[in-house]
Write a protein that binds this ligand. Structure first.
Ligand SMILES: Cc1cc2nc3c(=O)[nH]c(=O)nc-3n(C[C@H](O)[C@H](O)[C@H](O)COP(=O)(O)OP(=O)(O)OC[C@H]3O[C@@H](n4cnc5c(N)ncnc54)[C@H](O)[C@@H]3O)c2cc1C
Length: 268
């Protein structure tokens, strides 16, 4: 039985700049990393592998260099890696991304029964948290988001029990398999690859599925299959703060200046 982990390669966001003319991200020379939440998704898949003898497949849709990130997943113990890469997959919004990923999962499920798909809660670049639920909806899988603990997996009864981390409370939920779960950071601490595993993974094969393999209708994928279009990317501008009284030393004077300012703006 298979547990599939969805991994997105993302720019190391602290270093990403936006082209002021085109408004698009400048990707040249930017280091890429595995989306941090997906590292936790992968770790949880590997723990399920150890506990329930599941096989772990990792999939990613992205440019050819995503192979490097998938090899890192193989280095920590994933059994199989599939890269979905084709020009026609490019420019996808979350609708078109989840379409390609769901179709790839269907394709893997033809060879081996899928118990679970594990995604990160969200990415650190797109940040929408829509792709996991999009995949689950398309596949008709149970959908359990914000999971911070897997309580139990019963492969015989095809049931899963998880704990979801909500605001100010937790929720224990049981659902039938197959299921898509999306995980939060608190679920685990990702392992590091050993040197021998890293060396082995460097020579491992990442399977490439382009659209010749996937044979998806081009109207449903990439830019054409995207219901949304990005008009502009920009950092929100905030009005500069004002130092009232130019840093008045006397606290009473400073307080009076503040009161005057608030009165002036009809705020008190
Ligand atoms: C309106 C809009 C337009 C866009 N246009 C473009 C564009 O023109 N070009 C472009 O490159 N990008 C574009 N994007 C970004 C693109 O949609 C996202 O990169 C992609 O759909 C994933 O969404 P996300 O990053 O918000 O993932 P989230 O939904 O936050 O991710 C949740 C989880 O889903 C899984 N996941 C997400 N993406 C992938 C993936 N690619 N492979 C494997 N697993 C994945 C991971 O497990 C991840 O943790 C656009 C996004 C939006 C919202």
């Amino acid at each position: 039985m298979l547990v599939i982990t969805c991994i997105k390669q993302v720019p190391d966001t602290t270093q990403v700049k936006v082209d002021p003319v085109t408004g698009t991200l400048i990707r040249e020379g930017v280091p890429f990393i595995m989306n941090p939440f997906d590292a936790h998704a992968l770790e949880e898949s590997l723990r399920l592998k150890d506990k329930y003898r599941l096989r772990v497949a990792v999939i990613s849709m992205g440019p050819p260099n995503t192979e490097i990130t998938l090899k890192k997943a193989l280095a920590v113990g994933a059994d199989e890696a599939v890269l979905l890469s084709d020009r026609v997959f490019g420019g996808a919004d979350t609708l078109a991304t989840s379409q390609v990923l769901a179709e790839a999962i269907k394709k893997l499920a033809q060879k081996e029964e899928v118990a679970m798909v594990i995604c990160g809660k969200q990415t650190i670049d797109g940040d929408t948290a829509q792709v996991g639920p999009g995949i689950a909806t398309r596949l008709g899988y149970s959908q359990l988001t914000l999971v911070d603990h897997i309580e139990n997996v019963d492969l015989q009864a095809k049931k899963l029990k998880v704990r979801r981390k909500l605001e100010h409370r937790h929720e224990i939920v049981e659902a039938p398999l197959p299921a898509m779960i999306s995980v939060v950071r608190e679920i685990n601490h990702p392992r590091y690859p050993t040197v021998p595993m890293r060396l082995m993974a460097a020579d491992a094969t990442v399977t490439l599925w382009d659209n010749k393999v996937m044979t998806l209708d081009e109207e449903t994928i990439g830019l054409k299959g995207s219901a949304t279009q990005v008009r502009k990317i920009f950092s929100p501008e905030r009005a500069k703060g004002e130092i009232i009284g130019d840093g008045a030393k006397d606290p009473n004077e400073a307080a009076q200046l503040l009161i005057n300012k608030l009165l002036e703006k009809n705020l008190i």
